[in-house]
Design a protein around this ligand. Structure first.
Ligand SMILES: [Ca+2]
Ligand SMILES: [Ca+2]
Length: 463
């Protein structure tokens, strides 16, 4: 599938008739703003206004973008749940903490680090969290005044229609109603928190577990994406020919692509992801509706992000766990009353290390320990402001991707490289790293690689 030129016209479309929105009101003087914090799991750029897939339907993510700034070139610090979330919520990169993979219990090595919610709690905020905020295996309930675990044994049993997918790629419609899903219940719990009496500013996090696998949501969501019309990602037959071995091993580790192609069910998997995204989008809509109906809408910052992207066959790869655009790029949308102008689109390269410093900056909280990123205030105020920092993503010890406005540069631990020019090659099909004329560009990009790369933290089974 080709890259869609939506972004160029988005700012224009959004500028029409949207001058009066919640964002036109300034944060109330002298009051610390509330924060509605919405982590999403495994949502790539298949969001209508980001143009990642022509058939995706995400009206609520789009309306959030319309009232604030959407970062169209935002990248995770790590392309896996636990290291991405740990980095964002502590402000420390995987290369500084050793938390590179899902198998590292982060609190074991970061015992005394003041996380983002804990910092808000320490500074007098009422802090409540629901759903998947930290990686599911390693929550820290002590960070919150109120904490609800994702799902529970009381959730209705999911009634799968069909066989549930192909190998490790799990998908298929459910006979359940939307209200049976844990995400729906967690959103309901978060809405109750928004609507309770508040005598302090609040930080309420509602993490959605979808569209993470299994791509299983009620049948009605599948019906919105007729199977015969599904558009598959475009995958040139020779795309992997110019990828070094280190990249190939990331792409082919699980053999998902061969199994999906052999099964003849690639379109079904894409349909299921689109359906699951549409379900997650509706849950975002419920949160926005509740905030807008509350007394807090003009005094609440909204920060929405997905922990990383997802491949559905691009580079013959499935899932995350890679350093290409589709795995590192993910939606990040901010609404800051009085600061963000409606319909802002920022194409500067940013990564999630900026979230913690931005929130404490906007809320007027003191700094908390070491922060490796910087506040996005300048870009929230003016999405076209000058910005000279690259985005950096790390996947395992010493494997990094640097993203600037124009380039992606990947350097693996064994020294092998990839280089893509996004001005001419947005799908990253032509690896330029072996072309000697790009040596100066590579040198310049490599300057953004971390100088410190600590060894892996202990794994869950290690003591
Ligand atoms: Ca994830
Ligand atoms: Ca290629």
């Amino acid at each position: 599938m080709a890259k869609h030129p939506f972004l160029g016209c988005l700012a224009f479309i959004l500028s029409l008739g949207l001058s009066a929105g919640p964002s036109s009101a300034a944060l109330r003087q002298g009051e610390r703003p509330n924060v509605l914090f919405i982590p999403i799991d495994d949502l790539n750029d298949w969001v209508t206004h980001l143009g990642g897939h022509p058939q995706t339907v995400t009206p609520h993510l789009d309306r959030l973008a319309e009232r604030g700034v959407t970062f169209a070139n935002a990248h995770c610090a790590a392309p896996a749940c636990n290291p991405s979330r740990t980095a964002l919520l502590t402000g420390l990169r995987p290369s500084s903490t050793g938390v590179y993979h899902n198998s590292h219990p982060w609190r074991r090595v970061l015992k005394d680090v003041v996380t983002l919610p804990r910092h808000f709690k320490n500074q007098g905020y009422y802090v409540a969290g629901f759903g998947k905020v930290y990686h599911g295996s390693y929550p820290d309930p002590t960070d919150w005044d109120v904490w609800g675990r994702p799902g529970s044994k009381d959730d209705p049993e999911h009634q799968l229609i069909g066989d549930g997918g192909v190998g490790g790629i799990r998908f298929g419609p459910l006979a359940n109603d939307a209200a049976d899903l844990p995400d729906y219940r967690n959103v309901t719990a978060a809405i109750e928190q928004i609507n309770r009496p508040h005598d302090k500013p609040w930080f309420i996090a509602c993490g959605l577990s979808k569209p993470h696998m299994p791509f299983c949501v009620p049948q009605e969501y599948f019906d919105r994406f007729p199977l015969e019309s599904i558009v598959l990602p475009e995958v040139p037959a020779d795309d992997l020919d110019d990828i070094p071995e280190a990249g190939l091993s990331m792409a082919r580790r699980q053999g998902d692509h061969a199994a999906i192609v052999r099964s003849g069910r690639w379109k079904e998997a894409v349909q299921a992801y689109l359906a699951t995204i549409n379900f997650a989008d509706e849950q975002v809509g419920r949160l926005l509706d509740a905030l807008d109906a509350s007394p807090h809408r003009d005094n609440t910052i909204i920060c929405l992000w997905s922990d990383h992207g997802w491949h559905l066959g691009e580079k013959e790869h499935w899932r995350k766990f890679a350093l290409w655009e589709r795995a590192t790029k993910a939606p990040m949308i901010w609404s800051v009353p009085g600061m963000t102008s409606p319909g802002g689109v920022c194409t500067r390269p940013v990564d999630y290390m900026s979230v913690y410093p931005t929130l404490i900056d906007l809320c007027g909280l003191p700094a908390s320990g070491e922060q490796e990123g910087v506040s996005l205030r300048a870009l929230l105020t003016d999405p076209g402001a000058a910005w000279d920092r690259p985005a950096l993503t790390t996947h395992g010890l010493n494997n990094h991707a640097i993203r600037t406005q124009d380039y992606r540069y990947i350097r693996y631990a064994d020294g092998s490289e990839e280089l893509y020019d996004h001005r001419s090659d947005p799908m990253e099909w032509k690896n330029l790293a072996g072309d000697p004329s790009f040596a100066p560009i590579k040198r310049e990009l490599a300057a953004g690689l971390p100088s410190k790369n600590v060894p892996e933290a202990p794994h869950a089974r290690e003591r």
